[in-house]
Write a protein that binds this ligand. Structure first.
Ligand code: ADP
Length: 511
């Protein structure tokens, strides 16, 4: 009997993406499917999606909301390159909007209601389809209500048997609302207490999921430890430490879309063995962005949301020092309007060395990864980080701050031996960043053999989803056993045969 998993996410690549959550939701289910797991994905149907390519399912989906039953549609598609079904919940009043969560730097005022619809709707969909999963895998605050509903509104119903895994992709967004808003979830005020939703006087959806989910995970081993500390826990560190033995750090993989040998977005393919294509990609990127085509200069790339998390304010403060060297820097990002302006102004001043593209452009992101020599990622915190993994894959050596998943993926350059796959710094300030970039630049000019060896080493690292998916498989089986209080009736030989310790405790907690 195949293990059945419902995977619920507010964003799934390539259908809609604002960040790494979408990449995970678009790739992990495919890898799970390859392991023989019957996994199905649910997300909202947002504005601008190619809905006419999706199959419209018959009937309406009734979703209980605080104001009555919302009657929505369901469309069915497949994750590209796979037969994994993805169901799109269609309810225009909530999702036919230009943004996923709200305009840049802002949130829609009815986000609680919108994502209540997603969470409750996902469970109603299971019932409508007759699909009763062994595991419901929820992600981040937008689907944090799912584990709560299974133990409340689904109490004593068939779905209640499902175990839940709640994955934290970012602690900075917890779904915090006024206490008076709890009624929007359809749950009574008796749930506003410190063992469920109440956290420092507010409603906190992530807290409720952390308390309620059968098992928890986050997207890198280092971040799993960090979020149990006051520095990175954003107020939920105590809650997470309380469930520390149930919290697992599983490093994300990267999608096959990011493969320099088969990337349709880039000027020429290349690999660890055949690197000539990378030289062409660099020239093509310089041409595309109107920079002088200079193969001899180190080209630095940066891509990401312009939010405090990513540390681009520190990069902005270090720009004058960095651009005093013979380098080129390209930045692709969107977010904080002030930072956007700051980078645009710097690009206007130093047009010979700096290019700044404001916006979200997947193709250009690929071309920057392929064409750059170094990738700058000065994150304040980083749950996993995907861009540094793409960079390694594309032989673009990451320059990163030692935090979260960056620690787990990038090994620091050793000038004595030439070892390492990138350049790592500890303290987040303009001087440390500029010094480390300077170290990378001097390595480029003065120690090219080290650089070539690092590039090859980086490209040979395996970041495929296979091993991460196997870890999730083991987590699922452990969650089922925890939920049922007995050995799991569904087994995954490939998963269980893997070496390594895994919690097999059966104590019935969580049900
Ligand atoms: P986060 O999830 O915190 O945003 P990650 O590094 O985990 O950071 O993932 C970010 C993903 O979003 C990567 O795939 C990255 O390439 C992509 N991305 C971020 N900003 C942009 C942008 N402006 N244009 C294109 N892709 C972007």
């Amino acid at each position: 009997m195949a293990l059945k998993v419902l995977f619920v996410s507010s964003e799934v690549a390539p259908f809609r993406k604002t960040g790494g959550l979408a990449d995970v939701a678009g790739s992990l289910p495919k890898a799970l499917r390859r392991m023989g797991i019957d996994v199905r994905v649910v997300m909202p149907l947002y504005q601008g999606m190619r809905w006419h390519d999706l199959e419209r399912l018959d009937g309406v989906l009734g979703v209980p909301m605080w104001w009555g039953t919302a009657r929505g549609g369901v469309r069915l598609g497949r994750l590209p390159g796979s037969d994994v079904p993805i169901y799109f919940l269609e309810y225009n009043r909530y999702f036919d909007r230009p943004h996923v969560y709200g305009p840049p730097g802002d949130a829609y005022p009815d986000n609680l209601e919108r994502f209540t619809y997603l969470s409750r709707g996902a469970l109603e969909l299971c019932k409508a389809l007759g699909f009763f999963p062994d595991i419901v895998h929820a992600n981040d605050w937008q689907t944090a209500l799912v584990p709560v509903y299974l133990d409340t509104v689904e109490w004593f119903q068939r779905l209640h048997a499902a175990a839940t895994v709640f994955t934290i992709h970012n602690m900075a967004y917890q779904g915090v609302f006024d206490p008076g808003a709890l009624f929007i979830t359809g749950l009574g005020r008796e749930h506003f207490n410190s063992r469920e939703f109440e956290h420092f006087g507010d409603v906190n959806l992530m807290k409720a999921a952390v308390r309620r989910a059968t098992l928890l995970s986050t997207v890198s081993p280092t971040y799993a430890g960090e979020i149990q500390t006051t520095e990175h826990g954003f107020g939920l560190d105590g809650e997470l430490a309380g469930r520390g033995s149930d919290l697992h750090g599983i490093l994300n993989g990267i999608d096959e879309e990011w493969d320099p040998e088969r990337d349709p977005y880039i000027a020429a393919p290349f690999s660890a063995e055949a690197t000539a294509g990378k030289v062409k990609c660099k020239a093509a990127l310089q041409r595309e962005l109107g920079l002088p085509v200079r193969p001899d200069l180190p080209l630095l790339g940066a891509i990401g949301r312009l939010t405090p998390q990513k540390g681009y304010d520190v990069l902005a403060a270090a720009l004058d020092r960095i651009l005093a060297w013979d380098v080129q820097l390209v930045l692709l990002g969107t977010g904080d309007p002030e930072l956007e302006r700051e980078f645009a102004a710097a690009a206007a001043r130093r047009g010979d060395r700096l290019r700044c593209r404001v916006g979200f452009d997947n193709g250009l992101a690929h071309r920057i990864e392929a064409g750059s020599d170094f990738f700058v990622m000065p994150s304040r915190f980083e749950p996993c980080g995907l861009n540094q993994m793409y960079s390694l894959r594309y032989g673009t050596l990451p320059i990163v701050r030692a935090t979260g998943g960056l620690i787990d993926t990038v090994s620091d350059y050793d000038e004595a031996t030439g070892g390492g796959t990138g350049f790592v710094f500890q303290d987040l300030n303009p001087d440390s960043l500029a010094n480390t970039i300077g170290w990378a630049v001097s390595t480029y000019f003065d120690r090219p053999t080290h650089l070539r060896a690092m590039r090859k080493r980086a490209m040979q690292r395996d970041f495929s989803w296979g091993s991460a998916a196997a870890e999730y498989g083991r987590l699922y089986v452990a969650a089922i056993e925890r939920r049922l209080g007995r050995p799991s009736p569904v087994q995954l030989p490939e998963v269980l045969d893997l070496p390594g310790e895994w919690p097999r405790v059966v104590d019935g907690r969580g049900s």
